[in-house]
Write a protein that binds this ligand. Structure first.
Ligand code: G4P
Length: 565
């Protein structure tokens, strides 16, 4: 059937706005201010491979959300042109700002929190951990390149919590790959069902826009100057026919592809999206503002507000409802060296329930100590501001001098621990070497503390007294080198360790585990929490060990503070 042939009244798009009752535990007092605030929150991150268009889309979302007035702000930061005073030196060189880590803005009565996932050379364990603090993610795919390596890794992390994913296939203004082929690739590589919501009409110079499968209308693309308030024309009925007459070949292809897509039964189902099983797919061109509004609407209308989170308590496991009165949350990232003389740090804290108010006293579960949060900040798109209130889904930055660690839970009293803030198996390993051998004690102390804080993973090999460091991105080594120098007065260099990957190992049978340790001790180490880790020289080596020791479990993540059995 020809698309747009029936000029019946368009079906309403985005009708399924999340009602609080669908997301918040029905037993919770829905009438409270907290519940209303929670229902307005949308907290998400953008995941992509470098150069797919994450920075561009971030900027356009902020522009459409009214958080910035001019394109170029985020981009300038990325390229280091943006001047501000409080950057960590390493960051300064790289042009990342603390303020761009979290960007909050309001859109259509929703409070949207966009969390940055550091990419390029800044890719680190933080990138993964940010994903533990969001309720949804937008995946940007370069339509010329398809699914790329970093996207695969990031999606795996999203899958740990079945995070709902919205897909944006970018750069349709260029000659790119066939849309059906791209969807096929996403489905087969990322193992997630695709439900196209828009479908491209042509590409490159002949890109005419997208057909909206739910609304039976065409969003007409007109290339040109990018403007913040650029509105693309929506065509229906006869207006579509006129465009069809101009571009018959593109529309014939569209008819055929839409029929195939509909025939395959890939229609959008919000429940499947919320379970992380299906992703709504949008095509567009970020740089041209095209398709950006649809992404923002999908976030506001379809992405979930904060959900109940699993936690361990002395009385057993329970789900903490975001509308519960007592304040709770966890630290998912530490930004250090705001001022190296004072070991000044900002802990990025995701609120999970209750309400933050300045000066409130909370309990740190790990140490059982009381902490007063007097000076938290929220990160607005362009500046840091004192936060007057925050609710589940919001991120606050808590100044501290090293008391807070990644994974730390703060509550208004209850002793609970949030699950799902893991350490990830490192891909990069190095051996620190001292330039001044007399500083060995300081090096051990520095590495232990930085390891506990979560800046880097530190392993003590069973048969070697030299510590090993593990990271998921090279920036982590640079940061540690810098911090060892400025905070501990240790001049160290890092040499490659010849290790490919690591796995935490456990076994139900202690005697069998002891046998494994004896046989494999050359390849084993202990992490900061004394857990046993298998260090593999290469992929084959790991596969062989797994084959030979089928009763030993090899894990590629472990929870913060968790002592594996
Ligand atoms: P990233 O954060 O994912 O690394 O990507 P970023 O937004 O920086 O985009 C990477 C490159 O792709 C940039 O070009 C950007 O302009 C371009 N780009 C983003 N969206 C689109 C699009 O819809 N169409 C086209 N044709 N290009 C797009 P660059 O040359 O690296 O930088 P610049 O010189 O444009 O700043």
């Amino acid at each position: 059937m020809m698309v747009g042939a029936a000029s019946a009244a368009p079906t309403l798009f985005f009708t399924s706005r999340f009602e609080p009752s669908r997301s918040v535990n029905p037993d919770s007092p829905l009438s409270t201010n907290i519940a209303r605030q929670v229902a307005r929150r949308r907290t998400f991150a953008i995941i992509s491979h470098p150069d797919a268009g994450k920075t561009t889309l971030t900027e356009k979302l902020l522009l459409f959300g009214g958080a910035i007035q001019m394109a170029g702000t985020v981009k300038a930061r990325k390229s280091g042109k943006y001047a501000t005073s409080d950057w960590l030196e390493v960051e300064k060189q790289r042009g990342i700002s603390v303020a761009s880590s979290v960007m909050q803005f309001e859109y259509d009565d929703c409070v949207v929190n966009l969390l940055d996932t550091p990419g390029h050379k800044d890719f680190s364990e933080d990138t993964y951990r940010v994903l533990t603090a969001v309720d949804a993610a937008v995946m940007v795919v370069d339509a010329a390149k398809g699914v790329e390596e970093q996207t695969i890794k990031l999606l795996e992390v999203c899958r740990l919590r079945d995070t709902p994913i919205i897909t944006f296939i970018n750069k349709l203004d260029r000659e790119v790959r066939e849309p059906l082929e791209l969807l096929d690739e996403i489905e087969s590589i990322l193992k997630i069902h695709c439900a196209p919501v828009t479908w491209p009409i042509g590409m490159g110079k002949r890109f005419q826009g997208v057909y909206h499968l739910l609304n039976d209308e065409v969003l007409h693309f007109v290339p040109g100057e990018e403007k913040a308030d650029q509105e693309f024309q929506t065509l229906r009925g006869e207006a579509i026919d006129r465009l069809r007459n101009e571009f018959p070949q593109e529309f014939d292809t569209l008819d055929m592809e839409v029929e195939l897509v509909r025939g395959a039964g890939a229609s959008f189902e919000i429940e499947d999206f919320l379970k992380g099983k299906q992703t709504p797919v949008f095509f567009g061109s970020g740089i041209n503002n095209f398709g950006v509004r649809e992404i923002l609407r999908a976030l506001v209308d379809w992405a979930p507000p904060p959900q109940a989170r699993a936690a361990d308590t002395p009385a057993g496991s329970r789900y903490v409802d975001p509308a519960e009165q007592p304040f709770t949350g966890f630290v998912f990232k530490i930004q250090a060296n705001m001022d190296p003389n004072h070991r000044d740090r900002i802990a990025f804290f995701r609120v999970c329930s209750g309400q933050y108010t300045p000066g409130m006293k909370v309990k740190q579960r790990r140490t059982n100590k009381e902490i007063k949060i007097a000076n938290a900040v929220v990160f607005m798109a362009n500046e840091r501001q004192r936060s007057e209130e925050a609710y589940a889904g919001d991120i606050i930055g808590i100044h501290n001098h090293g008391q807070l660690q990644i994974g730390d839970v703060l509550t208004e009293g209850e002793s609970l621990h949030y699950k799902g803030i893991p350490y990830f198996a490192p891909d990069l390993f190095s051996k620190p070497r001292l330039r001044d051998p007399l500083k060995s004690k300081q090096l051990q102390k520095g590495l232990r503390e930085l390891g506990e804080e979560g800046a880097i993973q530190v392993f003590a090999p069973l048969v070697d007294s030299n510590l090993l460091l593990g990271a998921v991105g090279p920036l982590q080594f640079e940061v540690v080198e810098h911090r060892l120098k400025t905070e501990y007065g240790v001049d160290a260099m890092f040499q490659p360790a010849g290790i490919h990957t690591a796995r935490w190992v456990t076994c139900d049978d202690a005697a069998h585990l002891a046998e494994f340790v004896k046989a494999q001790q050359m390849r084993l180490a202990r992490d900061v929490d004394d857990n046993l880790v298998y260090l593999a020289d290469n992929h084959v080596n790991l596969s062989l060990a797994m084959e030979r020791w089928p009763r030993v479990k090899f894990h590629n993540t472990r929870e913060h503070g968790q002592q594996l059995g």
